[in-house]
Design a protein around this ligand. Structure first.
Ligand SMILES: [Zn+2]
Ligand SMILES: [Zn+2]
Length: 259
């Protein structure tokens, strides 16, 4: 939750499509006939980057981190004529997950993610919603009778239409945080693990700074410097750009190649 970046450099203007937030395209592909497309829709008072993504062949899609403002998400779904298939959740914080139950019920969608270690965060969503002045929100358990779906972990795959994304467990900001990676599009949805110019907060209960650094260096960097990522807040960037200049996890800060 929270605007999690600590620097002042990440609040750049996103390139907005009419009413919809920023357009999304994979780093390497561009205009191919297949792949995923998407739009980023900042939602909630925390301007969390909810993403609507879809398979270009089937026009079936998924919502990543519906933290709230469901009318904005529904507007994008209608505008792009997407057949929603599922909800994907990076972690259990309020601004990423407080709209999950409402959207899942309204559209009869399964919920996939986060890792089960974030269950304690999800259980706090109703209280957190009151505390932060969000609309009433409910907790959920992926894979339960009331919420079809599943918890996710390292090595799992999720599908979006005919497209596949792999799941990486990236603890640190929260213990059950996961990242979705589309290898062909060189595109990752990293939630609050990494931002342009910053990293996720680790001062929450069960946050862990060393784990976060290890998640970024040990799991994200090996995916490739050409990978574009959608962070939970603020503008998009690439892993390569962050390795060059991120003041928390850049190679110059941590020493390239060292443990
Ligand atoms: Zn957040
Ligand atoms: Zn968070």
């Amino acid at each position: 939750m929270q605007p999690a970046w600590s620097g002042s450099t990440t609040r750049l203007r996103l390139r907005h499509e009419p009413g919809l937030g920023v357009g999304l395209r994979g780093g390497a592909s561009g205009g191919g006939a297949s792949g995923v497309k998407g739009v980023v829709i900042p939602v909630t008072p925390f301007q969390q980057n909810c993403s609507l993504i879809w398979c270009e062949r089937s026009m079936k899609g998924a919502v990543v981190d519906p933290g709230g403002d469901l009318e904005l998400i529904e507007q994008a779904v209608a505008e792009h004529k997407i057949e929603l298939e599922r909800i994907l959740v990076t972690h259990g914080h309020l601004d990423h997950a407080s709209g999950v139950v409402d959207l899942a019920e309204r559209r009869s969608l399964p919920v996939e993610g986060p890792h089960e270690a974030d269950r304690f965060w999800i259980d706090q969503i109703p209280d957190s919603a009151r505390r932060y002045g969000f609309p009433p929100a409910r907790a959920f358990t992926p894979g339960s009778a009331s919420t079809p779906g599943r918890w996710l972990g390292d090595g799992d795959e999720v599908t979006v239409g005919e497209e596949r994304m792999s799941v990486l467990h990236c603890p640190g900001h929260t213990p059950g945080h996961i990242v979705f990676f589309h290898a062909g599009m060189r595109l990752a949805f990293v939630g609050d693990v990494l931002f342009r110019g910053s990293i996720g907060r680790t001062d929450f209960p069960r946050g862990n700074h060393a784990d976060l650094i290890q998640s970024i260096r040990g799991k994200l960097w090996p995916l490739g410097s050409d990978v574009t990522f959608v962070p939970g807040h603020g503008p998009l960037s690439t892993f390569g750009a962050e390795r060059e200049s991120n003041p928390f996890v850049g190679d110059a800060v941590l020493g390239a190649g060292s443990g």
